[in-house]
Design a binder for this molecule. Structure first.
Ligand code: ADP
Length: 481
């Protein structure tokens, strides 16, 4: 059963019980009040009649020492006629409880007589021939006689009113309940709207639509639940996206890896096959062996790089404070022999948090790439000292947030659409050119992994034909505490 229907039904049950009990109590209260009033009037009337009887008995001639039955009947008849509308219902009995006078229409039995004496009035409510009456009985002591005066007062109207009250209340209850059902259906539908929206969102997500979100239509607990659900869905979507990206990257990596293996292996196998199956002259033999050697070297370099990446990924940060001067001195010495490119160093002294050997690897890679990109660059001869082919500037300076190291070249540059891809493993903008320089597209991937350990990343600014600037920021000593 739907939650909204349960809500409506339970409300209706509570409402029906409340209306039933309150109606019963109210109608009964009115009835009992009216009946008490009628009983009071009947008892008052009975007292007045007994007084009138005694008064009339005082006028009996003195010759009677005891009130005779004939006089009792005479007085009773007068009292009966004296009622409003001309007819009282009364009955008179003597001390032996023998009836002396009965009004026509007085139909009650003599059940009250035994309970009545001089000091006790008695009454009861009785049902006679479809009508209701208050039956009273009082004792009269006059002229040496003990008589009983009984009266009957019609109270059928009070009972009829009660029946009418119940019937009216039943109708009102039915109308209220019907109207209540309509109103409660509307309210329940409004109250359960967030649940319906949440259910729809859950189903959509279960069917694979992770972008679907539940609309928040209230600020109450259900609204909060919707908000929490949407936050959970965001986190889920983010994780799923990450997982999908990771799977995609892994697949790309495997594809590229297989491809990069295939090229040198094909050459090695081809030339080795040629060597073993043909009798080649010396020149061809040397050329084949050379191919096998260089391609083998390429494979070796690639496997070392891959190993470096794997090690860098698993490396826990072993960062320590180190002066950048030491780093730049190493680089200056390392590239001192590089004759084709003019490499210039300019840096501010500082102490930064780093793993010096790893940062050296990053910078060697970046400077190497910059040199390769600078060969035959368009930089004017004046800008390049000693007739070299290209210019590379390596700089270090303090910036907001740490120490920035940049490697700038004026070489071929990188097309904008390639810039985001070149940090992926095995990615090369110009494959044949990169391979001819023994590249495998792994250098920048290694740099990115090393910088991750330093809580940093590689920034690339580049324009095709104008050159590139690769930079990263390291934390200054004490910044990471
Ligand atoms: P590789 O081992 O081939 O140099 P990298 O990961 O270091 O691999 O670089 C990936 C590719 O990015 C290179 O093949 C090259 O096309 C491009 N690249 C890297 N640095 C530069 C640069 N400074 N200028 C132009 N292209 C660059």
């Amino acid at each position: 059963m739907k939650f909204s229907i349960k809500l409506v039904l339970s409300t209706m049950i509570v409402l029906a019980l409340a209306l039933g009990f309150s109606g019963f109590y109210f109608v009964n209260y009115v009835f009992e009040t009216s009946l008490d009033r009628e009983v009071g009037q009947a008892l008052d009337e009975s007292s007045i009649l007994s007084f009138a009887f005694e008064t009339a008995a005082l006028n009996v001639p003195l010759k009677y020492s005891v009130l005779p039955d004939s006089v009792v009947e005479e007085i009773a008849s007068k009292l009966e006629m004296g009622g409003q509308g001309g007819g009282r219902l009364l009955r008179i009995a003597d001390e032996e409880k023998n009836v002396l006078y009965t009004s026509s229409g007085f139909t009650s039995d003599e059940g009250l007589l035994p309970q009545t004496d001089l000091h006790t009035k008695s009454y009861r409510v009785i049902r006679v021939q479809g009508g209701f009456y208050v039956h009273t009985c009082v004792a009269i002591n006059t002229l040496n006689r003990m008589l009983y005066l009984e009266t009957m007062k019609d109270v059928t109207g009070v009972f009829t009113e009660r029946a009418l009250g119940f019937s009216l209340y039943r109708k009102v209850t039915v109308v209220i309940l019907l109207a209540g059902i309509v109103i409660m259906l509307f309210i329940a539908s409004l109250l359960t709207k967030p649940i319906r929206l949440l259910t729809k969102a859950t189903r959509k997500m279960a069917a694979g639509d992770y972008t679907y979100r539940a609309r928040q239509v209230s600020r109450d607990e259900l609204g909060q639940l919707t908000g929490d659900f949407n936050r959970m869905a965001n986190a889920l979507e983010e994780n799923i996206c990450k997982l999908e990206e990771e799977i995609e990257a892994r697949e790309e990596f495997m594809g590229a890896f297989a491809h990069e293996l295939k090229t040198p292996l094909t050459a090695i196998i081809g030339y080795a096959d040629m060597l073993r199956s043909h009798k080649l002259d010396e020149e061809k033999s040397i050329m084949s062996a050379n191919y096998i050697y260089t391609e083998g070297k390429r494979l070796e370099a690639m496997s070392f790089r891959l190993l470096d990446i794997i090690v860098a990924k698993q490396d826990e940060a072993r960062l320590a404070d180190a002066p950048v001067g030491e780093l730049f001195a190493y680089l200056r010495e390392m590239f001192a022999e590089k004759k084709e490119t003019d490499i210039r160093f300019a840096y501010e002294e500082a102490v930064v948090r780093m793993e010096v050997n790893l940062i050296k690897t990053v910078l060697v890679n970046l400077i190497d790439n910059a040199c390769k990109a600078s060969e035959n660059s368009g930089v004017t001869a004046e800008a390049v000292s000693g007739g070299r082919k290209g210019l590379v500037e390596v700089s270090g300076e303090m910036v907001d947030g740490g120490y920035r190291i940049a490697v700038r070249d004026y070489g071929i540059g990188i097309p904008e659409e390639e810039q985001a891809k070149i940090v992926k493993a095995f990615y090369m903008v110009d494959k044949s050119r990169a391979r001819s320089k023994n590249g495998a597209g792994l250098g920048l991937a290694l740099c990115a992994e090393i910088l991750k350990i330093h809580h940093s990343g590689l920034q690339i600014e580049s324009k095709e034909g104008e050159g590139s600037c690769f930079s990263f920021i390291l934390a200054l000593s004490g910044d990471m505490d």
